[in-house]
Design a protein around this ligand. Structure first.
Ligand code: PRP
Length: 213
């Protein structure tokens, strides 16, 4: 029985492929996928689909894939309902509150916050006892305080380059983020042996990477 895996496309694709390859998964068809949307490994043990992070959770919840490889930012924002079995310890980044130089963090009045993560943002400001207006933005969130759409943003940062190049400053650090291996509950019952076999191999690779560091 092949395992169907939804993999988040974009910046984690490469490190995930490296990890899977080290765990013995044949990732050559994935590397050479061109415009193909469904990619089978040559031994037919695995079938991959590449999707946007929020769609990975949709596929997982509907049961059309067994496994999702997706960031903890997406899992928190979309209230993950499935089993998170592994922290792959890649795609590491962090949520921050950021804005322009003149932003006054303790100023009176209702702030406008731009973000791709409205739930996480609301929770953060609730924890501070502050009422804010949250505006959902789909991408390039850093634009919001620069063009006057929002007072500040809540977004993830990895290298800090985007903030720096746009003269934005960090005012607070929120949760850390990393890539997780999540399994559909029903699949875990039906394909337990195959899933745990892959989990064991990945765990070994992750532990070995730590030893080498
Ligand atoms: C994310 C995030 C920042 C950027 C930060 O966006 O929303 O914009 O990465 O990375 P850095 O700290 O390494 O500069 P992403 O590139 O995923 O896409 P988006 O801008 O389309 O949201």
């Amino acid at each position: 029985m092949s395992l169907k895996i939804a993999l988040t496309k974009g910046r984690i694709e490469k490190p995930v492929m490296e990890l899977l390859t080290a765990a013995g998964v044949d990732c050559e068809p994935l590397k050479n996928k061109k415009r193909k949307l469904i990619i089978d490994t040559s031994d037919d043990e695995y079938q991959f689909i590449l999707a946007k992070g929020p769609d990975v959770t949709t596929y997982l919840n509907s049961g059309v894939v067994d496994i999702g490889i997706v960031g903890s930012d997406i899992l928190t924002e979309h209230r993950n309902e499935q089993y998170e079995l592994l922290d792959l310890e890649i795609g590491k980044c962090q949520f921050v509150l950021a804005s322009t130089k003149d932003f006054e963090i303790n100023k009176e009045g209702r702030r406008v916050i731009g973000t791709k993560y409205p739930l996480i943002t609301q929770r953060y400001f609730e924890s501070l006892g502050q009422d804010v207006e949250v505006i959902k933005i789909e991408g390039s969130v850093e634009l919001a305080p620069l063009i006057g759409l929002a007072d500040a943003i809540v977004d993830i940062t990895e290298t800090g380059t985007t903030l720096k190049e746009n003269n934005l400053f960090i005012y607070d650090y929120l949760d850390k983020v990393s890539t997780r291996f999540v399994v559909n509950r029903m699949s875990l019952k039906q394909k337990a042996r195959e899933i745990y076999s892959l989990v064991d191999k990945l765990e070994n690779v992750i532990q070995n990477k730590k030893l080498i560091k």
